[in-house]
Write a protein that binds this ligand. Sequence first.
Ligand code: SF4
Ligand code: SF4
Length: 140
Amino acid sequence: MIRPLTRAEIRRMKKLWAKVPPITGCKGLCWESCANAPMHPVEARYLGAKYPRQTGGVERLLELPILGPRAETLEPADCPFLVNRRCSIYEDRPLVCRLFGQPLLGHLRCPYGCDTTHKLTAQQGADLMTAMAQAGNEVS
Ligand code: SF4
Ligand code: SF4
């Protein structure tokens, strides 16, 4: 049985999310990228418990911590949270979705020219990924 995240664990995860600077003038045009978005275990536990219908639940997300692949084939498929070409869980989207569009690494830079209020360095982006990977990993 996977225990639910504690409030402190959820707070810690959200603090890491909040470290990603907001993007100014987002045009919301990159919805084609909303497929096979990977997440960290703590995010899988949070999203699986909060949105069981769209994700298939915590166990499934921990087994395959990717939003959107066709379960049987791993073929790319739209993220279940993509509704009318928009993220329907914007406040709860995983770290990787928050980093997409950030100018910290060439391949994550917004393909439509949007920018951020302040910039993360590549090292800060990597540190956030590491901290998230370590947050709330114990699943029993
Ligand atoms: S990459 Fe980010 S900033 Fe650019 S359109 Fe997509 S969501 Fe908006
Ligand atoms: S959670 Fe939102 S931003 Fe992330 S892949 Fe799904 S629809 Fe896109």
